[in-house]
Design a protein around this ligand. Structure first.
Ligand code: 18C
Length: 258
């Protein structure tokens, strides 16, 4: 902008989130974009190789059997449709550490190693041991993000949380009794609001959320394939049912958060 005196006033750039200066930022940007794009892809197209392994009401869970160096790393893709809660609410409870012990049943201990920003944290978690394998732990960054809703511009925004393994000097891998696992997880939530009856305000009965949960977990060390696949089959449906029921229960008497 040029004043009469000819003095040039620099235009203030938009505020830079401190997270964008963090060493992990380029990786976070790349992985979030990639995971969101993958999560948006359907499982139905022929040739994609997704096989249904669990089904309960609206919930469907698919996997692809994959092994790396003899270790089961089956990618998982789950879709679910839940009434009465929004994508923002689901992501809020999934991301925030204060709720984790309430819904994460495989958790033994959780610790926030670093707060990169309000929406980006680094976690260390130890999980319950499954006999006869060693106990597992994991270090991952977790990022919460609001995304524009390209399909329905008038509808609520899309929300996502992406978790991805990383390293942290405070917790080097395989240093203690735990074997380090490696994971990439994406929770993507699309909310639909049906028009309420004439004159009535939008209530939780008018809200539906489509959830996509994708995960790849590398067990990091020896674990019998049959036990591992049995654990997946039991734990993933248990997680998604318990977690969504938890969010419904937490939010039922609270104002809707879009
Ligand atoms: O995404 C989820 N949770 C997030 C917040 O915690 C985050 C973390 C995910 C950790 C997932 C890996 C957990 C390994 C746990 C070991 C198994 C414990 C079973 C206990 C039974 C009493 O993203 C929700 C995650 C839902 C978890 C589903 C279970 C996945 C099983 C993966 C097996 C990994 C290797 C186990 C090695 C031992 C096997 C014999």
């Amino acid at each position: 902008e040029r004043l009469k005196s000819g003095q040039v006033i620099p235009v203030t750039p938009p505020p830079t989130s401190p997270a964008t200066l963090h060493r992990l930022w380029p990786e976070i940007e790349k992985v979030v974009k990639q995971e969101v794009a993958m999560a948006k892809l359907g499982v139905g197209e022929s040739g994609t190789g997704w096989q249904l392994f669990a089904e309960d009401g609206e919930m469907r869970m698919y996997r692809r059997e994959e092994e790396v160096d003899g270790m089961v790393v089956d990618p998982l893709k789950a879709v679910h449709v839940v009434k009465g809660i929004t994508g923002r609410e689901l992501c809020h409870y999934f991301f925030n550490p204060q709720y984790r012990y309430d819904w994460e049943t495989t958790l033994e201990h959780m610790n926030v190693l670093e707060t990169i920003s309000e929406d980006t944290l680094i976690f260390h978690q130890t999980h319950k041991r499954i006999w006869p394998a060693s106990q597992r732990d994991v270090v991952f960054w977790s990022h919460l993000r609001r995304l524009p809703n390209d399909q329905d511009r008038d509808g609520p925004d899309i929300w996502t949380v992406v978790n991805n393994s990383t390293e942290h000097p405070d917790h080097p891998a395989n240093a203690g009794k735990c074997v380090r696992i490696f994971l990439t997880v994406c929770l993507l939530c699309q909310t639909r609001v049906d028009p309420p009856k004439a004159g009535a305000p939008v209530s939780r009965d008018d809200i539906t959320c489509k959830i996509t949960y994708c995960s790849v977990v590398n067990p990091g060390g020896w674990a019998p394939a049959s036990v591992l696949r049995a654990v997946y089959k039991r734990e993933y449906p248990k997680f998604l049912k318990r977690f969504t029921a938890y969010v419904k229960n937490q939010t039922k008497d609270k104002p809707i958060m879009y």
